[in-house]
Design a protein around this ligand. Structure first.
Ligand SMILES: *Cc1c(COP(=O)(O)O)cnc(C)c1O
Length: 417
């Protein structure tokens, strides 16, 4: 799956993955011959209905849930919005306090900001310099009016995996609903709603080789939540709108494939990830590995290069000038060209100085990724980094304080720059 048509090397799989050819094949009949709506009673409709139920079972199996607790949505953004707005509305009589952390995805942070404007109180817990939330801090922030704790399973930028089981136990003991955004973990590492203690869990098809625009929300039986979409009786009247049949079938197929391949994929990518870290530290100066070294996604690598704009690296790699050179697609936590000088809020939440956050790059791999492609990408990154540093007015060989920053002590690279 690492290869794509124009021989580009795609290493931005945390943003989206290529749809697995097996998934595409499973979807096609539901686009071509059987386009019936599952809401109709003639045979075409009932076949579509069966296909949806079979996808629901396969997805439930992947996350250790019962299929009746799975609700299909348009993706993790919708699932996250549904949880935050739907649980808030259902529990408003009990209290108006929600707990999360500073390094969450925007599809969590923005609905929470929306609630804050309507008088809700949100606690944004800090993360440490590896991106971890302290479960004791979660316990300490619970109040009598707390109705929801929402935590990401693994961070999409730095790959750090949160101590979800511990936080789940704390939530259960306090009787607070617990939501896990598992968009980055489902299909990549084992996810079991019981073991995690999740009352609600969001996931997204296109993050694990399924189609875009389809996802699901797991809602444990008995958890109170008001619908986000009204207007039809689909999904037991909890999510209105004609089912995305091809998308749901594709999601089910992606789940079936993940149940089969996940452990081998995690093994293979985990060794490649550790190889990249070792290579980068060996071959590039003034680099800082971002995120927890071991408690992280097997397919995620993130590091900061002092004295460089991540965006310059990203653009140079995607438009290589040398003849025959392969484009390499990675992502960065810096966003100067898009008009804002704000680096990623996630990197800043680690306590990282803005200068260093601007020099961050993320490599996120897909199953089947090869050592050969990774070596090509690493050589290209090192070459571009060297060139950019030669031209950089801020990069000073003598100043290595940034790459070794500490969350409590900080660093004074600004003064040296
Ligand atoms: C991709 C992603 C989302 C959004 O998912 P969509 O299905 O694209 O809406 C939310 N949270 C995390 C952590 C993600 O990685």
């Amino acid at each position: 799956m690492g290869k794509s048509t124009n021989s580009a090397i795609f290493l931005d799989n945390a943003a989206t993955t290529r749809t697995d050819p097996e998934v595409v094949a499973a979807m096609l009949p539901w686009l071509e011959q059987n386009f019936g709506s599952p809401a109709t009673l003639y045979s075409m409709g009932s076949e579509a209905k069966q296909a949806i139920e079979s996808a629901r079972q396969s997805l439930a199996g992947l996350i250790g849930a019962e299929s009746k607790d799975i609700f299909f949505t348009s993706g993790a953004t919708e699932s996250n919005n549904w949880v935050i707005k739907g649980v808030a509305e259902a529990r408003a009589g009990k209290g108006r306090h929600i707990i999360t952390n500073e390094a969450e995805h925007h599809s969590i942070l923005m609905p929470l900001r929306h609630l804050e404007k309507k008088g809700w109180d949100v606690t944004y817990l800090p993360v440490d310099s590896d991106g971890l939330v302290d479960p004791d801090a979660v316990a300490a922030s619970i109040r009598p009016d707390t109705v929801l704790i929402t935590m990401v399973h693994a961070n999409h930028e730095i790959g750090t995996i949160q101590p979800i089981t511990e936080i789940g136990r704390i939530a259960r003991e306090s009787g607070v609903a617990f939501h896990v955004n598992a968009a980055q973990t489902v299909g990549h590492i084992p996810v079991d709603v019981q073991a995690l203690g999740a009352d609600l869990l969001s996931l997204s098809g296109h993050k694990f080789y399924g189609p875009k625009g389809v996802g699901a929300l797991y809602i444990k039986r008995g958890v109170r939540i008001i619908p986000l979409l009204h207007g039809g009786s689909q999904e037991k009247k909890r999510r209105a709108g004609t089912h995305n049949v091809p998308g749901i079938v594709g999601l089910g197929e992606a789940a079936r494939i993940a149940s089969r391949d996940l452990v081998a994929e995690a093994d293979q990518l985990g060794s490649l990830r550790d190889y990249i870290f070792a290579w980068v530290e060996e071959n590039i100066e003034d680099v800082r590995i971002n995120g927890h070294r071991r408690r992280r996604l097997p397919n995620n690598v993130n590091f900061s290069l002092e004295g460089i704009e991540g965006e310059s690296i990203m653009l140079s790699l995607s438009y290589p000038t040398a003849e025959g050179a392969r484009p390499v697609f990675i992502s960065t936590g810096s966003a100067c060209v898009s008009g804002s000088l704000e680096p990623s809020h996630i990197l800043l939440a680690l306590g990282m100085p803005a200068e260093l956050a601007h020099g961050s790059v993320r490599i996120s791999m897909a199953k089947g990724e090869t050592r050969e492609e990774i070596d090509y990408a690493l050589e290209a990154i090192a070459a571009v980094a060297g060139r950019l540093r030669e031209m950089s007015p801020v990069y000073k060989r003598g100043n290595k304080k940034c790459a070794a920053f500490d969350k409590t002590e900080g660093c004074d690279c600004e003064a040296a720059g």
